[in-house]
Design a protein. Structure first.
Length: 165
């Protein structure tokens, strides 16, 4: 990670608009899968003013937390994204720089059976699902950090109270 990138992340996580309204804390989710591991180490060294949540995306079927890190099945992330879209909790703005690529990646997502296990990913070898993973990880993080108020569409609150947005 370039120093400028790390400094930009530090600046964003230190700015008031991204803070949790009720606690004043910031959370940063980082994909710790594969080549993401050294990026997480750089983020830890930066001593940013936020809570870092490293997430390793797995092919397993059980989510778990180990010493400040999470291991989350890719299937849970993708299904969670589908649920958010179906429920109208997430909309993809047309005309943005990456919206067409995201929609293409989403359309190419397939579920394959490997023995008795489901495997989620791009339909063709060489196709990417990076944006789908990034958006699904962000949606997972919101669900993990904040709980939904029953019957209150479009608003989330922190488990300890106070509206997020």
């Amino acid at each position: 990670m370039r120093l400028e990138g790390r400094n930009a992340v530090y600046a964003v996580t230190s700015s008031p608009p991204t803070s949790n309204v009720s606690s004043g804390r910031h959370q940063l989710l980082a994909d710790a899968t594969g080549v993401g591991r050294p990026v997480v180490e750089l983020l830890k060294q930066a001593r940013m003013k936020c809570e870092l949540w490293p997430v390793t995306i797995t092919g397993g079927d059980t989510e778990r937390q180990e010493g400040g890190s999470f291991r989350v099945p890719k299937g849970d992330l993708i299904i969670g994204l589908q649920v958010n879209l179906s429920a109208g909790e997430l909309e993809i703005a047309s005309g943005t720089e990456w919206s067409a690529t995201l929609l293409k990646e989403m359309a190419a997502m397939k579920v394959r059976m490997r023995g008795s296990r489901e495997q989620f990913g791009a339909s063709q070898v060489g196709e990417h699902d990076d944006l789908v993973q990034a958006v699904s990880l962000a949606c997972w993080g919101v669900r993990k950090m904040h709980r939904r108020v029953a019957g209150d569409v479009g608003h989330w609150v922190r488990d300890g109270g106070g509206a997020l947005f």
